[in-house]
Ligand binder design. Sequence first.
Ligand SMILES: Nc1nc2c(ncn2[C@@H]2O[C@H](COP(=O)(O)OP(=O)(O)OP(=O)(O)O)[C@@H](O)[C@H]2O)c(=O)[nH]1
Length: 451
Amino acid sequence: MQTPTFYRAEIIFCQEAITITKAIIEQHKENFAASFYNHMLDNTEAAHFLSPEVIQAHLKPGLQVWLEKVFSVADEDSLNKMLAIQRHVGEVHARIEIPIGLVTQGFRLLKHKIHDELLKTDASTSLILAAVLRIETLLDIALEEMSHAFIASHTKNARIDEAYKIVAAGQNLSLEKERQVSALLEWENKLFRALTTNQTLNHVTKLSESAFGLWLHHKASLLFDQTNESKKIDLLIAKIDNETLPSLIGSNEEHTQNQTQTIRQLVSDIEQITYLLSTIFDRFIGLEVGKDAMTQLFNRRFLSTILRHEIELHRKRKDEFAVLMIDIDHFKQINDLHGHDMGDKVIQHVATTLISQVRAGDFVFRYGGEEFLVLLTEITPHQALAIAEKLRHKIAHTPISLADPLPVHLSVSVGLAQYDGHPDYQRLISRADAALYEAKEAGRNRCVVAS
Ligand SMILES: Nc1nc2c(ncn2[C@@H]2O[C@H](COP(=O)(O)OP(=O)(O)OP(=O)(O)O)[C@@H](O)[C@H]2O)c(=O)[nH]1
């Protein structure tokens, strides 16, 4: 767990200061939250993210709870819990894309309000001083933690947006994949040519310095995030350059038993690199068209980009939208009874059915293994429920033709959440998820509307 760079325990955990600050928060939290959001609504930059209804229903009560949590810190354990909350809030701010300057301004406003109330008490000067130090320290630490999480999350979002841009700009990753696999095989061929014609291997370029190696080092790192596959590729290249090649150079006069063994290992290592490279490319080729490779549905990775866009449309035009979280019932049994390949076919079948039932302006994502997310645009709560029911019914009544003679009984459970104006899209997903959970608990093959 990340802890703040430093803090002075005697300031944060001073018992008298804890008592007075907690009392002030308890007594004035409602006023603090009201002044905070009045100020924010006056700020045009902030008002862009906020609506009076959402403030009233969620944000004001949320801020009051937040204040309680921050100022009830009384030991290291509660401090760590409070910091975990700040990390969460930082991630939420990044999702909503709140400018960090607004957050620091909000903190300053809260400090002033709390100090004002503190000065109105008849506490001794030394107690006031202790309380001010505690307030300042706690809020500074909270802001520090929130900012760390904000920046980390924001950078990640920016990278996803960037990936989307690369895609949109039409980079042809399929072609690039072929080109790089060829470059790798060409290096391998050159090496074998040198071996079979008994040329000295001293002139063979190291794999890391070959055209493929240079591409990997300079370009692949720009295109792809570091993944397990890319780390494995790096290790295999290092092994080939530092162990395999020197051992071949040392024994190339005659094809000894050892050399044959080394060559076999080399071939296998290169096959492994080709496989890993294809895996990385295939994942990103899926992203290239924004599609999941198995189902051709939208890739979950772009969910944040698309939901943020819908929320923006709601802000501008009051467009209503809803999210359906759909999960195939007892899917594990389908895999167990009919095998994994059939399981995959069932997933594809459900994906096709979903796509065939929604409108062109809706989005269907593969959310997880056998879980889907449908985003219904421009839709009232009543219509959204009708569509959810239609999808559930269609899946339960569309037979699936598999080679396997055993019949496959399919049904799905659905959690439906109508967008309620909250700026954080993750909250919408969580509401749909909770409703899906309720549908499963209530016996499956049903739709539940989130509260
Ligand atoms: N064939 C196949 N199976 C998958 C895929 N992704 C996930 N699974 C499997 O799907 C199963 C999901 O099982 P659970 O999450 O236990 O749920 P369930 O059996 O569907 O039961 P409920 O959701 O509670 O109705 C797991 O066994 C996963 O291994 C996939 O892409 N293909």
